[in-house]
Design a protein around this ligand. Structure first.
Ligand SMILES: NC(=O)c1ccc[n+]([C@@H]2O[C@H](COP(=O)([O-])OP(=O)(O)OC[C@H]3O[C@@H](n4cnc5c(N)ncnc54)[C@H](OP(=O)(O)O)[C@@H]3O)[C@@H](O)[C@H]2O)c1
Length: 326
């Protein structure tokens, strides 16, 4: 496993981090706590030292699982969590006020609740779980971030940016008050490369690349007939004709890569994760992986290094402008 500096923090984080949404259950059905804990432990054994969770993931359940494993391990693990919007609305609506979403006292209370769930005295990275650029001058989040850092409850602070809208984070970076951004970055959504990544690199801001496998779309396992359990978030994400659309895009991508013959035995999830790590502005890519076998496959990729310029040029052609979260 290779490690990268998380922006201006002094954290050396693993190139492959652990996305802990799925293990919270509730919105991701079909896993079990035993399997999740085994996957987390295996990830740590293989050098993963960054875990991204959130108070909202299973209403604290993901944080509790992560905390249990992290407290037992002998290694330093960087734990990132998130403050949910007070009005429980993802993404934040245009026109919503900071008072409705992130009032000062609420941010502070959520941080305490996360620390209780994790069983830790300090979290390495505290992120706001939604964001609107209109809030950039508001006092509530600025003061909360300053106070959390001053008291040592959070060692670093950041923002998880709105789905498919990386530029909503540009003005927040320019305030100098955040250490990291978390953003959707994958073969289908390459928009952070335009403005966010150059600015983050210039300002030395850490970048967590989230949803690198398009919630499963870039694993190659979705077929037109895939069924998700009722209530599973992916039933909504891949609803209607979307599974068919995904298959068409994935087939085109594989055919294009196959023609180039540069990736013998193309493995789509491997290629998708290496795509993210091939951009130097990315500090860590954080796939969700609830099973040991996915952890083992993914953790091994860091050592393979970036994709060739020729394969990156092919992948550039497969950007796809759409928003399945809406
Ligand atoms: N608004 C936000 O801040 C926000 C929103 C979404 C996500 N996130 C963060 O980003 C993380 C990653 O996103 P995500 O978990 O939603 O989606 P993702 O990483 O794009 O995809 C996860 C899916 O890929 C599967 N998978 C992982 N490795 C695989 C492999 N090697 N081969 C085949 N399938 C593989 C997983 O299966 P299994 O689970 O069965 O192993 C799971 O179904 C989250 O866990 C969370 O930490 C943040």
């Amino acid at each position: 496993m290779k490690y990268r500096k998380l922006g201006r923090t002094n954290f050396a984080v693993s190139e492959i981090g652990y996305g802990a949404w799925g293990i919270g259950g509730k919105q991701w059905l079909g896993g079990s706590d035993d399997e999740s804990e085994a996957a987390l432990r295996r990830a740590i054994e293989l050098g993963v030292n960054l875990i991204d969770t959130a108070l909202a993931y299973g209403d604290g359940h993901s944080e509790q699982l992560v905390g249990r494993v992290v407290r037992q391990t002998g290694h330093k693990i960087y734990v990132a969590t998130k403050v949910p919007p007070k009005n429980r609305t993802w993404p934040a609506r245009a026109g919503s006020t900071i008072g409705e979403v992130f009032p000062y006292g609420y941010i502070m209370q959520c941080a305490e609740e996360s620390l209780r769930n994790l069983g830790l005295e300090s979290v390495d990275l505290l992120q706001l779980h939604v964001w609107r650029a209109e809030w950039v001058a508001e006092d509530d989040w600025r003061r909360a971030f300053e106070d959390l850092k001053r008291t040592g409850k959070a060692r670093a602070v950041g923002i998880s940016l709105t789905d498919h809208d990386p530029d909503s984070g540009l003005s927040a970076i320019r305030t100098g008050l955040i250490d990291t951004v978390q953003v959707i970055y994958n073969i289908f959504d390459q928009t952070p490369e335009r403005q966010l990544f150059p600015l983050a690199a210039r300002e030395n801001i850490g970048v967590l690349a989230r949803v690198p496998l398009d919630e499963g779309g870039l694993t190659g396992r979705i077929t037109a007939n895939t069924k998700f359990s009722p209530g599973d978030f992916r039933e909504f994400y891949f609803r209607g004709d979307r599974k068919k659309e995904v298959v068409e895009h994935v087939n085109a991508l594989l055919a294009d890569l196959g023609k180039s013959a540069n990736l013998p035995d193309i493995n789509l999830p491997d290629t998708a994760l290496r795509f993210c790590l091939s951009h130097p502005a990315v500090s860590s890519v954080i796939p969700g992986m609830r099973t040991r076998s996915h952890v083992e496959g993914n953790a091994a990729l860091s050592d393979q290094g970036p994709l060739s310029a020729q394969n990156m040029a092919i992948l550039k052609r497969h950007a796809w402008d759409r928003n399945y979260y809406s």
